[in-house]
Design a protein around this ligand. Structure first.
Ligand code: G6P
Length: 482
C-alpha cells in the first residue's frame, strides 16, 4: 500500500540540540492507517514540514517511540519537496483559500486565482511523481498495489499515477478519500477548473466520502458537468471505459484509545462545576463567534446560570498565514473579552478561552468531565470532536452532546441534540435543554451514541474502505484480485 497525503504522518522538526526528529501527528487517519502501512511494508508520501532540508536523511523513530508510526522505516517514507513559493500558492492559496471555503459552502470567502490553480496542478504532479518512485519498487506481477490518496489537497494526483502504471503494466488499485464535504453542483460549478477536478478524482477506482449527501453531490456534478453516465442507486460513475465506485464511508475514531485516556486522565474540572466544552481548530467553518453569541444570549435570557456554568473553549491555532484565520483570531479575542467583561463577577468568568494546543490526555479529561460538548460548525466534513467526547463519557450519569446538522457527525449521531448554529435563539434553547436534561434521558442517549462509535471505530472505517476497493473480503482477510 502507498498512502499519499498532504502532510506526512509526522512532522520533521529540529530539537533543542539542533538534531532532526519526528514529531508525531495525533489524528485518527494516522492512528488507523499507519499500522497497516507498517504491517505490509507499505510507503507514505507527503510533505515533511518546513524544517526539513531536502536531500538530508530522514530521522528514524526513536527507540522509545510508541506512536503508530514507530515502525515506519525512513526508507518507506517519501518526502515531497515543495518550495516556499509553491507551498504558499498551492497550500495556503488553492487548498485553503479556494477549496476549503468553496467545499464548505462559503463561496464568498473563496478566492479564484489562475496562479493558485497552476500551483495546485504543479504540486499534485509533484506528489504523483514521488508516488511513482515508490511504485517502481513495490509493484509485483501477482498482487495489485493499493494507492490511497487523501483529501482535497490531492484531487488531481491520481491521473498521472494511473497513466504511469498503465505504461509500465503495473497492477494498481487507486482509492481516494475526501475528508471534507463535497458541495452541491450549484456551488461546485463556480470553480473555473471544475472539469479537471472531477476528471482527476475519476482516475480512481473508488472515491470515498463521509456521508451519502456528499457522494450524491459528487455523482450529480460528474453527470451535469462532464455528461458521464451515472448510476445514483448503485453509486457508480462511468468514466474512460471504467466504472468508478463512489461510497459513503463515515470515518470513526480510535474509540478504545480514548476510553483508556479518559480512565487515566486527572480531574481538572471540579465535580460541582458545569462546563460547556468546545474544542475546535480556529477555523471560520466551526461557527465559533455564533457559539459565543448563543452562550451570551443564554446568560441574558437565563440569568440563573450566572456563576453556575462556564464555557471552556479550546481553539487550536490553524493556518495562521491565511488572512481569514488571522481575522477570526482577532474577532474571537474581542468577543471573549466583551462577554467576560459584561458578565464576570469577582469570583467567576463565563468563558475560559484557550488559544493553543493541549495534550490528548488532558483533552480526554475535559471530555470526560464536561457537562455538555457544544459542536456547532456551520459546515464540517465529519467532526471527530463529537465522537471523541462520547468515547470519553465514562462517568455516570453522562453529559450531553449538541451537534450541528451541518456536520457529517450530525447526520449519523442522531441521539445527540441537533441545533442550527445559524439561529442563535434555537442554539441557546438547545443549550438550555441540554443543561436541564433528566439523567435517565442523558444516559439513554449517550449509551446509543457510545455503542455506535465503539462498533464503527476508525479500524472499522479502514476495513470498510479496503472492502469497498476489493482488497479485503467480507470476513476481513486479504483478497487477491485478478
Ligand atoms: C481538515 C482536513 C485535513 C487537514 C486538517 C488540518 O481536517 O480534512 O486534511 O490536515 O483539516 O488542517 P491543516 O491545513 O493544518 O493540515
Amino acid at each position: 500500500m502507498i498512502v499519499i497525503s498532504n502532510r506526512l504522518p509526522f512532522v520533521i522538526q529540529k530539537d533543542d540540540k539542533g538534531s532532526t526528529i519526528r514529531k508525531h501527528s495525533a489524528g485518527g487517519l494516522v492512528t488507523a492507517v499507519a499500522p497497516v502501512v507498517v504491517e505490509h511494508n507499505g510507503k507514505w508520501v507527503g510533505w515533511p514540514g518546513p524544517d526539513y532540508d531536502f536531500g538530508a536523511p530522514l530521522p528514524e523513530s526513536s527507540p522509545d517511540d510508541t506512536t503508530p508510526t514507530a515502525g515506519l522505516k525512513s526508507s518507506n517514507v517519501i518526502p515531497v519537496p515543495l518550495s516556499p513559493n509553491l507551498y504558499q500558492s498551492y497550500y495556503n492559496g488553492c487548498c485553503n483559500e479556494t477549496f476549503w471555503p468553496l467545499f464548505h459552502s462559503m463561496p464568498d470567502r473563496a478566492v479564484f486565482s489562475a496562479d493558485y490553480w497552476e500551483a495546485y496542478v504543479e504540486a499534485n504532479l509533484l506528489f504523483a511523481k514521488n508516488t511513482i518512485k515508490g511504485l517502481d519498487d513495490m509493484c509485483t506481477d501477482d498482487e495489485p498495489t493499493l494507492v490511497w490518496i487523501h483529501d482535497y489537497h490531492l484531487m488531481l494526483a491520481a491521473h498521472a499515477i494511473r497513466e504511469y502504471a498503465a505504461k509500465k503494466q503495473y497492477k494498481i488499485k487507486l482509492g481516494f478519500f475526501l475528508h471534507i464535504p463535497f458541495p452541491s453542483w450549484d456551488l461546485f460549478r463556480l470553480f473555473p477548473w471544475a472539469d479537471e477536478i472531477l476528471q482527476g478524482m475519476l482516475a480512481c477506482d473508488l472515491v470515498g466520502m463521509h456521508i451519502h449527501d456528499y457522494c450524491i453531490n459528487f455523482i450529480d456534478c460528474c453527470n451535469r458537468r462532464l455528461g458521464t453516465r451515472v448510476d445514483s442507486k448503485d453509486m457508480l460513475v462511468e468514466h474512460g471505459g471504467r466504472y468508478v465506485r463512489v461510497a459513503p464511508l463515515p470515518i470513526g475514531i480510535p474509540f478504545s484509545r480514548f476510553v483508556s485516556l479518559a480512565k487515566e486522565a486527572k480531574r481538572t474540572i471540579p465535580e460541582d462545576k458545569k462546563v460547556v466544552l468546545g474544542v475546535d481548530r480556529l477555523d471560520y467553518t466551526k461557527g465559533l463567534p455564533q457559539r459565543l453569541k448563543a452562550f451570551e444570549l443564554l446568560l441574558v435570557k437565563h440569568p440563573e446560570y450566572i456563576e453556575k456554568i462556564e464555557l471552556l473553549q479550546i481553539a487550536v491555532p490553524s493556518r495562521t498565514d491565511v488572512k481569514e484565520y488571522m481575522e477570526l483570531k482577532e474577532q474571537m479575542d474581542q468577543l471573549v473579552g466583551c462577554i467576560n467583561g459584561r458578565f464576570s463577577t469577582a469570583t467567576w468568568s463565563p468563558i475560559r478561552y484557550i488559544y493553543g494546543t493541549i495534550g490528548q490526555q488532558e483533552l480526554a479529561g475535559f471530555y470526560r468531565d464536561a457537562a455538555i460538548c457544544f459542536v456547532t460548525p456551520l459546515r464540517d466534513g465529519m467532526n471527530l470532536v463529537a465522537k471523541e467526547f462520547v468515547a470519553c463519557q465514562i462517568n455516570s450519569p453522562p453529559g450531553v452532546l449538541i451537534v450541528s446538522p451541518f456536520a457529517g457527525a450530525g447526520q449519523n449521531m442522531l441521539e445527540a441534540l441537533l441545533c442550527n448554529p445559524y439561529e442563535l435563539t434555537e442554539t441557546m434553547d438547545t443549550l438550555h435543554r441540554a443543561l436541564t436534561m433528566p439523567e435517565d434521558e442523558r444516559t439513554l442517549r449517550m449509551n446509543y451514541l457510545r455503542k455506535r462509535e465503539q462498533n464503527q471505530d476508525v479500524n472499522f472505517w479502514m476495513k470498510s474502505f479496503l472492502k469497498a476497493i476489493g482488497r479485503l473480503s467480507e470476513e476481513g482477510s486479504p483478497v487477491v484480485l485478478p
